[in-house]
Ligand binder design. Structure first.
Ligand code: ADP
Ligand code: MG
Ligand code: MG
Length: 907
């Protein structure tokens, strides 16, 4: 018979069924259930309870949302055992067992699913409880919570309606908080709640405890398919078929009086990673009160003064559970009349900054190994260290308009939207930068939050929904900005005197919690974070793949080195050609009609190129520098045909209205020049320039060009070498498809290199190699390796030519359709297509190395900074990847992950 139900103390039964496979336990019992079982097993005080499995949920949903009979029988059996454990009886008038019904999926989905507290109460039991405990206020508060939660979660009455009754009652009673309402007030509220339920649903609130239990369980099951749960799963990449478990747990009460409390906390600071408890609690309160933000909470450290004994136990439990889970924990607790109970523990969500610091600290504390620390930090988290921050200089001259809690770091600048749907429309559909501003966020707002660049709420604390979700998805956020008054009706907000309308700019700083009016400039910060430096250096020890940078200027090269580059994998010389003072010379070279004219133009480019390369060699002292000779089609350096035609028309018009002979003459010369240019542009025009005269083809057609570039490389290298710089130049020929091209090209170039070195009387190592970016080159790599001393995969062009997809259209048109409809798994320009492009690479690597021992092989396409592609490169035995300087830290980490994941199949 299927076992659908496990008591928290049935650790051994779970062991017998699933062994040590903790993943499977989580899958079956959900995260909450698994951890409660585990905590019970190691004698942490957990209120007794049981878990109904995710399997039960899936069977329930598959059976058209009906409870399998066996399931209900097992639930009743478990309730009987709970009665034995607690000495109370479910539904009993004089000694009632009350339980909570809590959802708990495999992956924690904060606030996504619903919980009902105090199940097992009804009017009669409450009346008795009130007299028996002599605390009528307490008893009726419990019942009103049950009616409210059950009415909302199970019966579908909007919570706002209940909340409206509550605030009306507070007004009538002349109090400000619920805690001050007395039993009579609660009785009135409960009566009103019942009426509301009746009028909304045409049904009575069920007074039969068993019916309450059954319906609450079913509601939790059903909530798996609610919109907010589906949205959250889509955003977090959680599969839809896991189902949720249900935890039925004996109630403990934090609202019995002043020696009772309830709270939530993290074992370390979730924003900075500092090793100290961080969280909130409330005296004399129950469950959701803390997170709901309806009462001002106290910081957890205060508990040390209020209830020192309990605080000490809490710290002890925190340390034990951290050690046990080897991770920072996010915990819920309740103190009932001086007795501490743990209600939940799970790995805490945290910012990238906190993740990195905690990982390093835990290594120092001996909790985890360096490998684990490195494995824990995700490449995307490293990315946050490179995220924009508000420009400190701009901040000097401007005052913040408000401040709140700095719950998720980074800066965000955008237009204010008060509505999540609007934020989604502006952000996702219109591509605008949006700041979502809300009184507080709820699970239904997640789509708007995800579409926004940043989030501001006027209420809520560090553990509020907005804070949790923002941190998880890396959105800068400032919450609890009390000064903001949001006027949802008129689409504006007020901060004191200041009024900001929807659509106006706001800048927020998630690091400081400050908010500024208008659109402030942002800067990318340094990665000098000491803990990140630790993680990255450990990653360097683990990885085998080298990392180089794509850098064209000495400035980039210096930054690249700072970020860990072990050389330059790609310097694109065309970027130098586009510089303002050079373009005219480049054009002269293209326009030249005689050999001498061309030679002159090329010669005047030489000193400029020379100084470019010198800077690179100096910045990369001791490291290899790959310089790619000119690659793009020449028309890119000329004005467009259309542009020229327009200019010509204009000149001809001027000609008709010329004032004197001199002007006529001038215009005439200009027109004839333009005509020449136009002719040249037309002559150069190709129907598909990306597949035309570029790369090595250009080098072969304009022989002096590549020779000049090589001369510049070696002149520069000699000059640096003379100053004691350790130079390692590598000259790379682009767009080769045939070994014969390379042979024809390399001979004169190698001679030039030797010549220059000889002139300077110098010797140093250097390589001549090629890009592999055309399928034919990959397929004939053996032959090509006879000529080339290194390969570098130009995976952008290789993808373009393998897939026959223009890289410039990769983000639009049919590709969007393909990606949406899963006709293609990943955008092949973002992640190397493993089966096609990857296969070509594999062939090229094998045949290249067969031909030439120790052939150096790299990847210099955009993919060099993509973690998935990096893993593939590692598996293919590539020597290094090269990426933009800002991706280097990510590449270093991803390369280490590739080693750590070596024997894991899923990618
Ligand atoms: P969520 O996923 O929204 O945190 P939970 O199931 O953890 O939902 O419960 C919501 C609140 O109710 C939490 O504050 C939790 O500590 C409290 N709670 C749940 N079960 C009990 C119980 N048996 N006794 C006391 N408080 C409980
Ligand atoms: Mg919880
Ligand atoms: Mg290319």
């Amino acid at each position: 018979m299927k076992k659908y139900v496990y008591l928290f103390n049935e650790f051994d039964d779970i062991r017998a069924r699933l062994g040590d496979d903790w993943d499977a336990v989580r899958g079956l019992l959900g995260g909450k259930g698994a951890n409660l079982l585990d905590a019970t097993h190691i004698d942490i005080p957990v209120p007794p309870g049981f878990t109904i499995t995710t399997e039960a949920c899936n069977d329930f949903l598959a059976a058209g949302e009906t409870m399998p009979e066996k399931l209900w029988e097992q639930t009743l059996e478990a309730i009987r055992k709970l009665e034995e454990q607690t000495g109370k009886k479910f539904g009993d008038v004089s000694n009632p067992l009350l339980v909570s019904c809590r959802s708990g999926a495999r992956f924690s989905m904060p606030g996504m699913m619903d919980t009902v507290l105090n199940i097992g109460l009804n009017e009669e039991i409450t009346r008795k409880l009130a007299t028996r405990t002599d605390r009528p206020r307490f008893a009726y508060d419990l019942l009103r919570r049950l009616v409210q939660m059950f009415g909302n979660v199970v019966m579908g009455v909007p919570d706002e309606v209940f909340e409206a009754v509550l605030s009306a009652q507070r007004r009538t009673s002349g109090v400000t908080t619920d805690a001050e309402l007395n039993a009579d007030a609660w009785t009135a509220v409960i009566a009103r709640f019942r009426e509301i339920i009746r009028s909304y649903t045409g049904e009575e609130f069920p007074s039969d405890p068993l019916e309450q239990l059954k319906r609450a369980t079913e509601a939790v099951f059903k909530s798996w398919n609610g919109r907010r749960a589906i949205d959250y799963r889509a955003a977090a990449g959680i599969p839809d078929d896991l189902g949720t478990a249900v935890n039925i747990q004996t109630m403990v009460f934090g609202n019995v009086g002043e020696n009772s409390a309830t709270g939530v906390f993290m074992t370390r600071n979730a924003t900075t990673g500092e090793p100290q408890l961080e969280g909130d609690y409330l005296i004399n309160a129950q469950g959701e009160d803390v997170v709901a933000g309806t009462r001002a909470t106290l910081p957890i450290a205060r508990l040390g003064e209020d209830m020192p004994e309990n605080y000490k136990s809490l710290e002890l439990i925190a340390r034990r559970l951290e050690k046990h889970h080897r991770n920072m924990q996010d915990m819920e607790f309740t103190i009932e009349e001086g007795t501490l109970w743990l209600l939940q523990t799970r790995d805490g969500k945290r910012t990238a900054q906190a993740e990195v610091r905690i990982a390093v600290n835990m290594v120092e504390e001996g909790l985890i190994s360096r490998e684990e620390a490195v494995a824990r930090v995700k490449p995307a988290q490293v990315d946050f260290f490179l995220h924009p921050q508000l420009d400190a200089e701009a901040l000097q001259d401007i005052q913040p308009v408000a401040s709140g809690l700095n719950v998720s770091p980074g800066a965000a600048v955008g237009v204010v939207a008060f509505d999540p749907d609007l934020a989604e429309r502006w952000g996702s559909e219109e591509g605008r930068d949006v700041i979502l501003v809300r009184p507080e966020t709820r699970p239904d707002d997640v789509h708007g939050l995800l579409a926004a660049k940043g989030v501001v709420t006027s209420r809520g604390g560090r553990t509020s929904h907005a804070a949790l979700v923002a941190r998880q998805f890396g959105r800068p956020a400032v919450v609890g900005v009390e000064k903001i008054e949001i006027d949802l009706e008129n689409h504006r907000m007020r901060i004191g005197e200041l009024v900001i309308e929807e659509g106006e700019h706001l800048s927020i700083d998630g690091n400081s919690g400050l908010i500024y009016q208008g659109k402030l400039p942002t800067v990318v910060p340094d990665i000098a974070n000491p803990w990140l430096i630790n993680i990255l250096s450990w990653a360097d020890d683990i990885r085998r793949l080298g990392v180089r940078a794509n850098a064209d200027y000495p400035e980039d090269a210096r930054r690249a080195r700072e970020y860990g580059a072990e050389g330059i994998g790609l310097c694109r010389t065309e970027h130098m050609f586009f510089q303002e003072e050079r373009l005219p010379i480049v054009r002269k070279m293209i326009m030249a009609t005689t050999q001498t004219e061309r030679a002159e133009a090329i010669a005047s480019l030489l000193p400029m190129q020379c100084s470019d390369f010198e800077g690179l060699f100096r910045a990369m002292d001791g490291l290899p520098v790959i310089i790619r000779l000119l690659d793009p089609p020449l028309h890119e350096f000329l004005p467009s045909e259309h542009e020229l035609a327009l200019e010509l028309t204009d000149l001809k018009l001027q000609l008709q209205h010329a004032a004197d002979l001199q002007q006529l003459d001038n215009l005439g010369t200009e027109i004839s020049k333009k005509n020449d240019l136009l002719e040249r542009v037309q002559a150069l025009s190709e129907s598909n320039p990306m597949l035309g005269t570029r790369g090595v083809r250009l080098g072969l057609l304009i022989p002096g060009l590549y020779r000049m570039q090589v001369r510049a490389v070696f002149e520069a290298a000699c000059r640096c070498h003379a100053d004691g710089v350790d130079v390692k130049p590598e000259v790379m020929i682009p767009l080769v498809s045939n070994a014969s091209e390379l042979r024809a090209m390399l001979e004169p170039l190698k001679n030039t290199a030797k010549e220059v070195m000889k002139q300077h009387g110098m010797e140093f190592g250097y390589l001549f190699g090629t890009m592999i970016e055309i399928p034919r080159a990959a397929l004939t790599a053996g032959e090509i390796a006879q000529e080339a001393e290194f390969f570098s995969f130009g995976t952008n062009d290789l993808t373009q030519t393998t897939y026959a997809i223009s890289r410039d259209d990769a983000e639009s048109g049919f590709m969007m359709h393909y990606l949406k409809n899963k006709l293609i798994r990943d955008n092949p320009f973002a992640t190397i297509d493993p089966e096609g492009v990857g296969r070509l690479m594999k062939i090229a690597i094998r045949e290249g190395r067969e031909q030439r021992d120790g052939l150096e092989i790299g990847v210099c396409g955009e993919h060099g900074g993509d973690p998935k592609s990096i893993r593939l490169c590692h598996e293919l035995g590539v020597d290094y990847v090269s990426c933009s300087p800002f991706r280097l830290p990510i590449a270093r980490l991803a390369a280490a992950h590739a080693v750590l994941n070596e024997n894991q199949p899923d990618r």
